[in-house]
Design a protein around this ligand. Structure first.
Ligand code: FO1
Length: 316
């Protein structure tokens, strides 16, 4: 069986630990199609937060509290940059993490596509799944905000890290999406999938930028495989992160039903065939989408693996 997962970073990485565990138990293989909208060039380095969160988490090197970056990280480079008065000083550039950015930037500058760079980095980390960026082209999430009395689009990282989303926010724009092509291997993975899972990632800034790649969205919604989503909202609030702020900006109800309805039924041009919600959201209304309530708290690998089994059950 071939499982494809559309995923963001922190929550998606935890979900993928369960997908990998369940896949191993049934002899299935897994391909994660990872959001690149968070990617940013900082201090001359290309940083890919969601790809790195997935790679480090599945490689056993992620800091479990932060959810991003490396466990046991040090920050000498960051401190030295600050001493030079170099901006941005608000972004946490870890020393070990910097080696990843240096390898990636060097390979990109040599002309390798991001998908090849990701495969090369995974040689070291052995995540146990195939990891593909949604696109090898430039695609960046920018956020339209009111800051210092003016309305402007800032990079997602500035919104997320510098402002913590605490500024008047009007829209999310996926720069470059219209011209972006699916990365090498993405269309084959989707075409060959027995099931496509939508991870419980932020629907607005993690899943939407993946589906903003036109041919990718088309391949998923017109493809043979059932699409099963897992709600990132439990009991009216996100498990972590700022999905509530993002959904509110788009005036989408912050609930399992609201997100399910936003993704929409595939039969009507939407994304989903089925939708998993937490037991506390039993009865969530998503017209046209088979919905089932199961425990969705990813307490540990076994709990997450059970969710994945439930999702595959619902796909049948
Ligand atoms: N998140 C923060 O809240 N503060 C940081 O300083 C920070 C630095 C950082 C560096 C590399 C990286 O891969 C991720 C980093 N993140 C940081 C997380 C990142 O902003 C978010 O994880 C994603 O972009 C949103 O999912």
């Amino acid at each position: 069986m071939r499982i494809v997962v559309l995923t963001g970073g922190i929550g998606g990485a935890r979900f993928l630990v369960g997908v990998r565990a369940h896949a191993r138990s049934i002899g299935a293989d897994v391909t994660a199609i990872v959001n690149v909208g968070d990617d940013v060039r900082m201090h001359g380095l290309q940083i890919c937060p969601d790809l790195d969160s997935v790679m480090y988490t599945l490689g056993g090197a992620a800091d479990p509290e932060r959810g991003w970056g490396r466990v046991g990280e040090t920050w000498v480079v960051k401190e030295e940059l600050a001493k030079y008065g170099v901006e941005p000083s608000w972004f946490g550039l870890g020393d070990s993490d910097t080696a990843t950015h240096l390898v990636r930037t060097t390979m990109l500058n040599a002309g390798y596509p991001l998908s090849a760079v990701t495969a090369a980095l995974c040689e070291r980390w052995q995540p146990g799944i195939t990891m593909l960026p949604a696109t090898d082209d430039r695609l960046e999430t920018h956020v339209v905000v009111d800051v210092d009395g003016e309305r402007k689009a800032i990079h997602f990282q500035e919104w997320w890290v510098r402002h913590r989303g605490e500024v008047p926010t009007h829209n999310f724009v996926f720069r470059g999406a219209d011209a972006a092509k699916p990365a090498a291997g993405v269309l084959d993975a989707i075409a060959g999938a027995d099931v496509v899972l939508v991870a419980p990632s932020n629907p607005v800034v993690s899943i939407a930028p993946i589906l903003a790649v036109p041919a990718l969205r088309e391949a998923v919604t017109a493809g043979p495989a059932p699409v099963v989503g897992v709600s990132p909202i439990i009991g009216g609030s996100p498990v972590r992160g700022m999905a509530d702020k993002c959904l509110a900006t788009l005036e989408v109800e912050v609930s399992a039903g609201g997100v399910g309805r936003m993704y929409g039924p595939r039969a009507e041009g939407g994304l989903l065939d089925a939708w998993l919600v937490d037991t506390s959201d039993e009865g969530a209304e998503v017209p046209g989408v088979r919905t089932r309530a199961v425990p969705l708290w990813m307490r540990d690998e076994a709990a997450t693996a059970r969710m994945v089994a439930d999702a595959l059950e619902l796909a049948r």
